[in-house]
Write a new protein. Structure first.
Length: 316
């Protein structure tokens, strides 16, 4: 496995009394990629696990001093370590009776006799799945900032042409202040669905939608459909967002709320500002360049109180 598959060295902890299993796992990767700490007793491992949590925990069901399922229960009962991915190593006989995986909360399992290639790929898959779950926005379930940065940088490194759109809700804070966080969350979920479903509507194109956080979203599409994508997103958003306001505010097309300086002001209905950065001809070298360009474009877009988009037309 190429080291580039891991953004950094991974640290794994393997609990097993089986030296052959320990040797197998240590042979799967170069230590610079995945470094394994092997502990032959489960109870002795608890303090080490909580003081120095690994990126992944593999527990052999042949532990002699504690059941592997008990290890999982102890680890997963600690909220701080609940997201730690855990793989169980089982014997075929262990699966003769059904397992309650909802109660055990392990993330995957391997069965003896172990096939090295399968073990390697299952461990890697579990690491990737855990990384995606940790990064996903808890409200919208869209990929979060880490995934967004990785996707942008990967496209840049491959010198792919693409359009990166930063989407920002205007007047969202005033809506939140008047209507409360619950209705604000509904607006964020609606915005996520509008963007995701609109971009999904472009059949057969490579695309990506992410949620940076708060009221900031991104989508990535081929450069040649970027403007049409923005038009569709804006039209869909503007058609839906008035329905989140009370009838009198919707009819007036404004609300009265307090601004960040504590002054009572009248605010327009929420709008969506989109800043689009193009990477064509290897123009960009680092994702930070795209963010810097987008900041200036968003300021221009926000000069319009209505939903709008601004395209960066500069060439390399």
């Amino acid at each position: 496995m190429a080291s580039s598959l891991f953004p950094r060295q991974q640290h794994g902890t393997l609990l097993t009394p089986d030296p052959e299993l320990a040797a197998l796992f240590r042979s799967l990767w170069d230590p610079a990629e995945v470094n394994w700490t092997v502990i032959d007793q489960g109870r002795r491992a608890m303090e080490i696990l909580f003081n120095e949590p690994p990126d992944i925990l593999v527990v052999d069901n042949r532990l002699e001093d504690i059941k592997s399922t008990e290890v999982v229960t102890i680890v997963k009962s600690e909220n701080v370590y609940r997201q730690l991915p855990v793989i169980l190593c089982l014997d075929s006989a262990d699966l003769e009776q059904p397992w309650n995986w909802n109660e055990i909360e392990a993330d995957d399992f391997l069965v003896r006799p172990f096939q090295p290639t399968q073990a390697r790929e299952r461990v890697y898959l579990t690491l990737c799945r855990a990384s995606r779950a940790m990064d996903a926005n808890p409200l919208t379930k869209l990929p979060g900032n880490t995934s967004i940065i990785q996707r942008i940088q990967d496209l840049i490194d491959r010198q792919d042409d693409f359009a990166l759109a930063y989407c920002d809700l205007d007047y969202f804070k005033s809506f939140n202040d008047k209507y409360g966080f619950s209705r604000g969350d509904e607006v964020l979920m609606m915005t996520a669905r509008v963007i995701a479903n609109t971009i999904r509507g472009f059949m057969g194109v490579k695309s990506f939608v992410g949620h940076i956080g708060g009221d900031d979203f991104v989508f990535i599409v081929p450069a040649d459909i970027a403007e049409e994508a923005c038009q569709r997103v804006v039209e869909a958003f503007d058609a839906i967002v008035p329905n989140f306001y009370d009838a009198d505010d919707r009819e007036r097309e404004s609300i009265v709320s307090t601004d960040r300086q504590g002054e009572v002001r009248t605010f327009p209905l929420m709008a969506l500002s989109i800043a689009v950065v193009f990477n064509t001809g290897g123009r960009l070298k680092h994702f930070g360049e795209a963010s810097a360009i987008a900041m200036g474009l968003k300021k221009k877009a926000k000069e319009n109180v209505k939903s709008c988009y601004v395209l960066d037309r500069r060439t390399p």
